[in-house]
Design a binder for this molecule. Structure first.
Ligand code: 8YV
Length: 321
């Protein structure tokens, strides 16, 4: 009997096409109607799941009696209930590394967009407001030569730090659980306590996974430590920053601006953030380039096939029999 693969989010049909002789392949898609209903109808047959951006825990997987592996097309895996998967003996894999550089590009894009107020001034120009030379009220702030504080100098944090250091001559501060002596040497990065990083950085960028320890890592107290000229960039996970406290800080201008790719609740369809000119919002696009999403899908597929064929997947996150 063929095993069944269920693609549980928007996955290009061409990815799984070559495997249709060996597997039953079900791909849910918005064109076929309600995605949740399609998922629920297919889950009991599935041996392997592939996709991203779906919460998968006991409620969603109780009917998945045949399930052997969940292959996530993402590096983050906070949307999966690891304890439950573990109890069920279901493997979970992710797609590390292949998105580091692309995600770092977005962090720099948000740094530049907030500092130079690009989206705000783009709208202003297109609205026909440019009737005379702009004045100081529309000036931005410099990026080059400023201080970039990275909370969590992992692989994505490192890629951001490199861009800041070598592209923009920035001073790099970092905080986190472990010191990186090689990077300290190479980038001149300085390891500092988080409080110091918050008060000394022009740009603060948390690059941490979402865990109980990092939820609200940037809260009221931390925002208060940032100065009125400082800018928060969040490309990690929304709940890493207390969104209500952030909105308050942006409204009261106790920080200068924020560049956000991630939110407490996604998709974000309505928010106070939309009323603020000093925030740049993008819809969780950290890894969203064609090249990188293809690389992630390919890596996830390799993990999935390994799991279903009884080989050890390369990116096994968590698995105890
Ligand atoms: C994902 C992400 O692609 O990899 C991650 O952790 O946040 C994104 O790059 C997105 O969650 C869709 O799966």
């Amino acid at each position: 009997m063929k095993k069944t693969i269920l693609a549980f989010s928007r996955v290009s049909p061409s990815l799984l096409e070559p495997y249709k002789d060996d597997y039953e392949v079900i791909i849910i898609s918005p064109e076929l109607g309600d995605m949740d209903a399609q998922f629920e109808a297919a889950i009991s047959n599935a041996h392997g799941l592939i996709g991203g951006s779906r919460r998968l825990g006991e409620a969603e997987l109780a009917a998945a009696v045949n399930l052997e592996i969940v292959s996530s097309i993402s590096v983050g895996y906070d949307n999966y209930d690891l304890d439950y998967l573990n109890r069920r003996g279901i493997m979970l894999t992710n797609t590390p590394d292949v998105l580091n550089e692309t995600t770092a590009d977005l962090a720099l894009a948000l740094i530049l967009a907030t500092a130079r107020r690009i989206p705000e001034l783009d709208s202003w120009t297109k609205e026909g407001n440019w009737t005379q030379t702009i004045d100081a009220s529309q000036f931005g702030c410099d990026v080059h030569g400023k201080t970039l504080g990275i909370i969590g100098l992992g692989k994505i944090g490192e890629a951001i730090a490199r861009r800041g250091r070598f592209g923009f001559g920035m001073t790099i501060l970092y905080s986190g659980n472990s010191r990186k002596p090689k990077l300290e040497q190479e980038l001149g990065a300085r390891f500092v306590p988080q409080e110091e990083l918050l008060s000394a950085s022009d740009f603060v960028c948390p690059v941490v996974p979402l865990t109980d320890a990092t939820r609200n890592l940037i809260g009221r107290k931390e925002l208060a430590l940032m100065g009125p000229e400082s800018i928060l960039i969040n490309i990690s996970r929304g709940p890493v920053a207390d969104q209500d406290a952030l909105i308050e800080a942006l409204q009261e201008k106790t920080i200068r601006a924020a560049g956000l790719d991630v939110y407490v609740k996604e998709p974000l369809t309505n928010s106070e953030l939309f009323n603020l000119r000093n925030v740049v919002t993008v819809p969780h696009i950290g890894s969203a380039t064609t090249d990188t999403r293809n690389a992630m899908a390919k890596r996830a597929l390799e993990n999935l096939l390994a799991g279903l064929e009884g080989r050890q997947p390369r990116d096994l996150v968590h698995f105890k029999k």
